[in-house]
Design a protein around this ligand. Sequence first.
Ligand SMILES: C[S@@+](CC[C@H](N)C(=O)[O-])C[C@H]1O[C@@H](n2cnc3c(N)ncnc32)[C@H](O)[C@@H]1O
Ligand code: SF4
Length: 343
Amino acid sequence: MAKIPLLGKTLSELGEIVKDLGMPKFSAGQIAGWLYDKKVATIDEMTNLSQKNRERLKETYEVGASSPVHEMRSADGTVKYLFRTPEGNYIESVYIPDGERATLCVSSQVGCKMNCMFCMTGKQGFSADLTAAQILNQIYSLPERDTLTNVVFMGMGEPMDNLDEVLRALEILTADYGYKWSPKRITVSTVGLRKGFERFLRESNCHLAVSLHSPFPAQRRTLMPAEKAFSITEMVEILHRYDFSKQRRLSFEYIVFKGVNDSLIYAKELVRLLRGLECRMNLIRFHAIPGVDLEGTDMDSMIAFRDYLTRHGLFATIRASRGEDIFAACGMLSTARQQAEKE
Ligand SMILES: C[S@@+](CC[C@H](N)C(=O)[O-])C[C@H]1O[C@@H](n2cnc3c(N)ncnc32)[C@H](O)[C@@H]1O
Ligand code: SF4
């Protein structure tokens, strides 16, 4: 029978495990230390547990870490890793070094249910939720794990659609018994789901990025079907009730599509919609995907758009596009691998 991973277990869950196995209560903290501080690969390395207890633990559990099965390196230093889950699904993580910073973009699901028009993962459809173990493994088993400064949930999947597991991973990354990271190092990106949105705001202190892409609900619905169930106007109303002026940051993601959402009326409406919110706007270049009739706007228009927003009180930046030579648009590598296996 397949063993259960210890990776991804919170301290209280480890407490239950050691209790069930008749091990001393304090072993939960010891196991957490071996996992999240020393990052061991096997239970045998947990040498302050007695030999008997290690054997007992090994009957049912394993550390559960697994290295990436494939990687693609970009000329700009970006590396895209492909991990295989025990069920045989493929997920992507993208490592993005940038001067002093090194950011990992992690996946929260295999595929996605949200079906955004411009997204390769959306086209792939939904296959499975990732467990906290599989989310954390992307960080745990990353070859560059010791250089990581930031994590963004901007890989495959919609984090709010798998919130229990995402919150479990966030707890482990930020807890004293876990990675001890400041929540300021972590950003969760979402299209916004009614179920989950406020829970995330209440239960986590990590930064929030909202994928906006159009300030007009009718148009946003055509780009992002999730708008039908939970409108951006309602989301903005809710966001006004939370404080983003201190440690926690709120940002909006906006892919600038040529002739679709890049003219002055869009910029004006964005300023109106977000007035009074402490936030910033990230303008994103569109990574073209096969079979989709959308095009990214040119750089001059993007700069003009950015400058209008910033002049009118909405601080905006243009996100550098990384790894274009390695299919960095999310979902492309795993889709290619799945296709290859089918052929
Ligand atoms: C892949 S999503 C994952 C997180 C979450 N599901 C969301 O949509 O915010 C991360 C970001 O990538 C953006 N994105 C998706 N497809 C893209 C593409 N083809 N080009 C540029 N950005 C894209 C999304 O809009 C979102 O802001
Ligand atoms: S953009 Fe995000 S929510 Fe939309 S399909 Fe892609 S992963 Fe899912």
